[in-house]
Design a protein around this ligand. Structure first.
Ligand SMILES: [Ca+2]
Ligand SMILES: [Ca+2]
Length: 202
């Protein structure tokens, strides 16, 4: 019985570690393109793994000595020569599944920079989650996280700048994961303890 419980607990731990590491977002840290140290480059959607935009996708390597949140590179939502830019990515999802969205953001130059994060069903275009984020820091990373429930087999996350101009919000470390089943694991362990306690009494 102890052996069975041990392997069961091991299974839960394995599940937790696997789900914690597997992001469904491709190139969420914007590291896949080559950008010279300290410089920036604008790419077409076809040149950037995972991400799409109607404007150029502007990727910086440690913007003017401001370090990326993760790795060396980050994306600036206001690409060169345009404002109100959207940056989006779709990923395969399971209807009814809970997901966690995490990313890091900050203003580049001033606190009037704001953007909207929208999570939508890619098939029906139904909005699953929407929030306007007004910056509170300039070149000092904030982390954002939320959970959402997918409603079909494809979900899209879209970041849209709400200010004009070519300087704006900085993004990094975008990930979508199935949340760690920590609370679920504890619940199961509690049930095992309860069942074992009853077995001993019997
Ligand atoms: Ca990065
Ligand atoms: Ca820019």
């Amino acid at each position: 019985m102890k052996k069975v419980i041990a392997s069961f607990i091991g299974g839960i731990a394995l599940l937790a570690s696997v789900t914690a590491n597997a992001s469904l977002i491709v190139n969420g840290s914007f590291e896949n393109n080559t950008v010279n140290a300290g410089g920036w480059k604008s790419f077409n959607s076809s040149q950037v793994d995972g991400w799409s935009s109607e404007a150029g996708i502007e990727i910086w390597n440690n913007l003017n000595n401001f370090a990326a949140f993760d790795g060396a590179q980050l994306a600036e939502l206001n690409s060169n020569g345009s404002g109100y830019q959207s940056l989006y990515q779709s990923f395969a999802s399971d209807a009814g599944q809970v997901y966690a969205l995490d990313f890091a953001h900050t203003a580049r130059d001033n606190l009037s920079e704001s953007f909207k994060i929208v999570i939508s069903d890619a098939n029906s275009d139904t909005t699953l989650f929407s929030e306007v984020i007004t910056q509170t820091t300039r070149r000092q990373w904030n982390t954002f996280n939320t959970v959402f429930v997918a409603s079909s087999d494809m979900t899209t996350i879209t970041f849209t700048s709400l200010n004009s101009g070519s300087t704006g919000n900085l993004l990094d470390a975008v990930s979508v994961t199935v949340p760690e089943p920590g609370s679920l694991g504890l619940m199961v362990l509690g049930l095992i303890a309860l069942v074992c306690g009853r077995a001993r009494k019997a």
